[in-house]
Design a protein around this ligand. Structure first.
Ligand code: GLY
Ligand code: MN
Ligand code: MN
Length: 437
């Protein structure tokens, strides 16, 4: 059996061992609603893909450690005649079995009929409500019906556990194959950023840089892991600016926040650079403050450290700059307590990244901070944003927005900056920009 299939089966087996007499139902998700009148490429829900390796709308995976015969079973919707004409055939039952090596593969239409057979004998049902409405209805109805049957002497699930929560412990730690996939997405992202540095010229439009990076991702067999942000001049102060339709002016900064997604794994990088090839003194001051905060935050990342600490580290470094520049005049304690920094730094310093760009895994579990472990991958992305409409900002900083973002792998002894080949030192950037054709 090919290693890829074996690897996914091992994942399922490991997951099955963590379930307490349970049955898990995972949906690939519903196709986009027909009202849209266009067919958008389907992407399976990441947890479904994690175990099955299938991009297949409506498909359902059932894992059980109590069913007498099946530990892994699939339900597949086959293409109807109309679909075959418009979008092509879907994966068939045989092909799905071949791809996944599941113990059984059934037509989707049999799910409701067969579900009681999988629920019986289980103490817990692991299911995430809300990913597929039609499926929710079937699952919840069966769950309730079984609970209320009179004279029924079989064990039936008494609780529904959020499946995403159970899968989270797995997905938050990336295995070697996943790290290799992230590196591959970063490779294309790196090429895209170098191209963007090379091609940036006054007079061009932001969307031309967007087109450039998208082309590189597509060429590598991928796509954008989220809509690229190409923000020049004061647009760089808008966090999720995606219009990308301004003409790039001489003398301003360009902020590019972008990443490739290849084979379901994402990269997410931000660089900010001067169009002219040289930072002005004020741009440089803001840039260095953000860079120092970013490096400081990265430096503390290692196994055993509480995850929220890297945000706090970056935040405090940025606040020090805002105090030094007399932009904030209150005490550091008050600035933190009353969140006065939010005018200039309104977002968090990063997120886990993997199959989803904002990947599964909160920083706190039951109110307690999560601890960094080897295999986690997190972005570190502080920024400072001096919007034109904010009062009290020194004139010299108005309209400047800087964010710097890297993807960091937690290793056994510390961390590795996976995106380290994409330059971020001001002098390195200036050097590259000077060497432009
Ligand atoms: N552009 C979204 C992010 O960096 O998280
Ligand atoms: Mn980003
Ligand atoms: Mn990010």
């Amino acid at each position: 059996m090919e290693t890829e299939k074996k690897h996914r089966l091992q994942r399922i087996e490991k997951f099955l061992q963590t379930m307490d007499q349970g049955v898990a139902i995972i949906s690939a998700g519903a196709p986009l609603p027909k009202e849209l009148k266009i067919d958008i490429q389907f992407r399976s829900h990441s947890s479904f893909f994690y175990f099955t390796g299938m991009e297949e709308p409506d498909a359902i995976a059932v894992f059980s450690n109590v069913h007498p015969k099946h530990r892994y079973c699939l339900f597949i919707k086959e293409a109807d005649q109309k679909e075959k004409v418009w979008t092509g055939a879907r994966i068939g039952l045989k092909e799905a079995q071949e791809l996944t090596q599941a113990d059984a593969v059934y037509p989707w239409e049999e799910f409701a009929k067969r579900l009681p057979e999988y629920l019986e004998g289980a103490k817990n049902l692991y299911y995430t409500i809300g990913n597929h409405k039609a499926l929710d209805e079937i699952v919840l109805q069966n769950y309730h019906t079984l609970q209320r049957r009179l004279n029924y002497d079989k064990k039936v699930p008494q609780t529904i556990q959020d499946l995403e929560k159970s899968v989270e412990t797995f997905r938050v730690i990336k295995d070697e194959k996943e790290i290799a996939a992230i590196r591959n997405s970063i490779k294309a992202t790196q090429e895209a950023f170098f191209q963007a540095f090379q091609e940036t010229k006054p007079g061009m439009y932001e969307y031309q840089i967007e087109a450039l990076v998208s082309y590189i991702y597509r060429k590598a067999g991928g796509t954008c892991s989220f809509p690229s942000i190409v923000a020049s001049a004061d647009k760089s102060t808008i966090l999720h600016y995606t219009n990308n339709n301004c003409q790039i002016q001489e003398g301003c900064l360009v902020l590019l926040d972008s990443g490739a997604e290849i084979e379901h794994y994402c990269a997410d990088v931000t660089r900010t650079w001067p169009v002219s090839g040289k930072f002005t003194k004020d741009q440089r001051a803001v840039y260095e403050a953000v860079l120092a905060a970013q490096k400081k935050a990265i430096s503390i990342i290692k196994p055993g450290v509480e995850v929220p600490n890297f945000h706090q580290t970056a935040l405090e470094a940025l606040i020090d700059f805002l105090i030094e520049e007399k932009i904030l005049t209150q005490s550091k304690e008050k600035i933190i307590q009353e969140k006065l920094y939010q005018t200039y730094y309104p977002h968090s310093t990063g997120h886990f990244i993997g199959m989803d760009v904002h990947d599964i895994g909160p920083y706190y579990c039951q109110g307690k901070p999560r601890i960094f472990e080897a295999g986690m991958v997190v972005t570190v992305e502080p920024g400072l944003y001096f919007r034109l409409d904010i009062e009290g900002v020194p004139e010299r900083f108005k309209g400047i927005g800087v964010r710097i973002e890297d993807d960091i792998l937690v290793t056994e002894n510390g961390h590795e900056i996976l995106t380290k080949e994409i330059p971020k030192e001001a002098r390195e950037l200036e050097k590259i920009l000077k060497q432009k054709k």
